[in-house]
Write a protein that binds this ligand. Structure first.
Ligand SMILES: Nc1ncnc2c1ncn2[C@@H]1O[C@H](COP(=O)(O)OP(=O)(O)OP(=O)(O)O)[C@@H](O)[C@H]1O
Ligand SMILES: [Mg+2]
Length: 370
């Protein structure tokens, strides 16, 4: 039995269908991250789980119990939002113990619980302050503390760090990860931040237009995206998609070449049902996955348009190629390229992805030449 189970969950607002039948199991103690473009339904899903919205159709259960007709406060679910509305006239301690007071927990017990959580969140010296006397990160910690004291079965986070500055975000990201490790509470976390998703998640759920596109560990989604959408969504800068053609077809797989490519085709072992020589394909290569070119191997020749230098690494932008624009990440000495340089980029099929005309991945990594 999973901690949170969604079965064919649908949600419409009036005539507008927003969630189109979502199936998902979140295991006890798991940290699951929802990502997807703005408007794809991430917050709506969280609100359905928390009970702030009612399902139009489907089933939702938490800890084995159907949530049909169960009010938000009875679900043992806590939600942390981007804007954390603390009560301004109350101290940190009172903010954190508010829910316990509403539940009729005696004062002494409330104080003990709040102090314990304050230690975990490093808020013990701030308990008598008012929210206006705290930094953004401290306020967000209070908002989290306020949820933890209720000992929820599930934590729901809706972009909790997006109002913080870059440094605080990094700090809070590490703190939230540690907190999850220490408390082990099942968590569902929405973010637009690639690094948060990749570093915090046990599994990532990629959503598009109210549908789950793919669920997997960060590594699975990075190495084996099931389609072009997921491939383009996970990773930053995003994967290059270059036009190409199917050149070889054998019982074992395919050989493809990027338009304008030099050297042998890129070879992939994969099912070949319905494929034909001459088919147009899209070949995906992440900016960090170009290799040193070797003389006769598969390679691309291009001209650098502009360079972004970031210290030890640089991004080269090469907009004009027969196969489409591309971005290349170079590290160390190799990052010394400049605009108008003509460069050669080595291609390793082991680091390339092939997508068919519908954007479905037909191969994630082929015969490596390294
Ligand atoms: N109460 C509502 N009434 C009507 N439409 C709504 C309502 N709430 C959300 N929507 C619509 O549902 C869709 C999904 O919204 P949702 O807030 O879940 O997106 P999101 O993935 O969280 O986006 P973002 O990344 O911008 O926060 C959007 O098209 C939104 O306009
Ligand atoms: Mg949202």
């Amino acid at each position: 039995m999973s901690m949170v189970e969604l079965r064919n969950v649908r949600k419409s607002f009036g005539p507008v269908d927003v969630i189109h039948g979502v199936d998902l199991d979140v295991e006890e103690g798991e940290f699951v991250v929802f990502v997807g473009p703005s408007g794809c339904g991430k917050s709506t899903l969280l609100r359905l789980i928390s009970g702030l919205e009612v399902l139009t159709d489907g089933e939702l259960s938490i800890d084995g119990r159907s949530m049909r007709g169960i009010s938000p406060s009875a679900r043992q679910v806590a939600m942390v939002f981007q804007s954390y509305a603390l009560y301004p006239h109350m101290t940190v301690a009172d903010n954190m113990s508010f829910a316990l007071r509403m539940e009729g927990v005696p004062r002494r017990q409330r104080r003990a619980q709040v102090e314990e959580i304050a230690r975990t969140l490093r808020l013990e010296d701030l308990l008598d302050r008012k929210p206006r006397e705290l930094s953004g990160g401290q306020r967000q910690r209070v908002a989290i503390g306020r949820c933890i004291v209720r000992k929820p079965k599930v934590f729901l986070f809706d972009e909790p760090l997006s109002n913080l500055d870059a440094e605080l975000r990094v700090q809070m990201r590490v703190e939230l990860t540690n907190l999850h490790r220490d408390l082990g509470v099942t968590s569902i976390y929405v973010t637009h931040d690639q690094i948060e998703a990749m570093t915090m998640a046990d599994r990532i759920v990629v959503l598009r237009d109210g549908v789950i596109e793919q669920v997997g560990t960060p590594t699975e989604l990075y190495e084996r995206p099931g389609n072009r959408f997921v491939a383009g969504f996970i990773g930053s800068p995003k994967m290059n998609f270059l036009s190409g053609e199917l050149r070889e077809l054998t019982a074992a797989g395919i050989g493809v070449a990027i338009d304008g490519q030099l050297g042998d085709p890129l070879r992939f072992d994969c099912p070949t049902d319905g494929m034909q020589v001459g088919d147009q394909v899209s070949i995906g290569i992440r900016p960090e996955h170009f290799v040193e070119p070797d003389e006769s191997g598969a390679r691309l020749r291009t001209t650098v348009g502009s360079v972004e230098k970031l210290g030890d690494e640089a991004y080269l932008y090469a907009p004009d190629n027969p196969a489409g624009p591309l971005i290349v990440r170079k590290q160390g000495r190799a990052a010394a390229s400049r605009a108008y340089d003509d460069i050669e980029l080595g291609l390793d099929a082991g680091l390339c992805h092939v997508f068919d005309r519908n954007g479905v991945a037909v191969a994630n990594g082929g015969t490596t030449n390294r």
